[in-house]
Design a protein around this ligand. Structure first.
Ligand code: ZN
Length: 259
């Protein structure tokens, strides 16, 4: 039995089953630290999966003891992105050629934050037109990083444009505010829990998720600084906010669309 057929039987034959997924992110590690289990689950279901990454994460902080100098970070992190995606079963990885903007300060020429937002949107839209994904996912950017917000906004603009290919589903992968408040001590981070439309138990994917996270050896994942129960809270459940189709009211626990 094919994975897609199995999914149809699980969710009912009338449920539309997507065949392809595109994840749009700003930096290497966003795909693994962020939504690695979405990619792994889609790949295991037989969906075609692709990642579009805007930068090579040149301004990330090299992990202590890694011996990596900043000048090499972009090359190292692109290799980590490709290795992590390979572990998750991603079929295709593409990069835009912006540089990492960092979290603050004046953006330098060539950085994502220095780019015309319309230009970024056009690049994302062109990629969506080429790949024609059924579902697109990006991060909710609720951690406050400006590059995450730029790619979120570019994805939303590209998928709601009247021109070009329009995916059947678009989701924001969310950091729940309840968890982020525990982690940061501040209530300004995370998507309010009541806006999350889909929750999925992905505890069966923890192993592959962690291997993909550790593929980014140049970076220290935030999960390493968490107590075990909080770490499990972030990694064993996927939380998504559906933005296409619009008009979803309340919590939608039927993820036939995405899974
Ligand atoms: Zn990032």
């Amino acid at each position: 039995m094919t994975a897609v057929l199995e999914a149809q039987l699980c969710h009912g034959a009338s449920s539309p089953v997507p065949e392809s997924l595109l994840v749009v992110v700003a930096h290497p590690d966003d795909e693994a630290f962020g939504c690695g289990s979405v990619l792994a689950r889609a790949a295991r279901m037989g969906m075609r999966t692709a990642v579009l990454c805007a930068t090579r994460g040149e301004l990330g902080e090299p992990a202590p003891g890694s011996g990596i100098v900043r000048a090499d970070l972009g090359r190292v992190r692109e290799a980590e992105l490709r290795a992590g995606c390979g572990l998750l079963g991603v079929d295709r990885v593409d990069l835009l050629d912006f540089t990492d903007s960092g979290v603050s300060g004046d953006p330098v020429p060539g950085s994502l934050a220095n780019a015309d937002p319309v230009h970024v949107q056009e690049l994302v839209a062109a990629h969506i037109d080429e790949l024609r994904p059924d579902v697109v996912v990006t991060l909710d950017a609720s951690d406050g990083h400006r590059d995450h917000a730029i790619m979120r906004d570019a994805m939303l603009a590209a998928t709601t444009s009247v021109d070009g290919h329009q995916p059947d589903g678009a989701y924001l992968f969310c950091l729940a505010r309840s968890l982020m408040t525990r982690f940061t001590g501040s209530q300004e981070y995370g998507t309010p829990d009541e806006l999350i439309t889909s929750e999925v138990d992905v505890s069966d994917l923890l192993d592959v998720r962690w291997r993909a996270i550790r593929a980014h050896a140049s970076q220290v994942p935030p999960f390493d600084a968490m107590p075990p129960d909080l770490q499990y809270g972030f990694l064993a459940t996927d939380r998504l906010r559906r933005v296409i189709p619009e008009g979803v009211v309340g919590r939608d626990l039927d993820l036939a669309w995405l899974y």
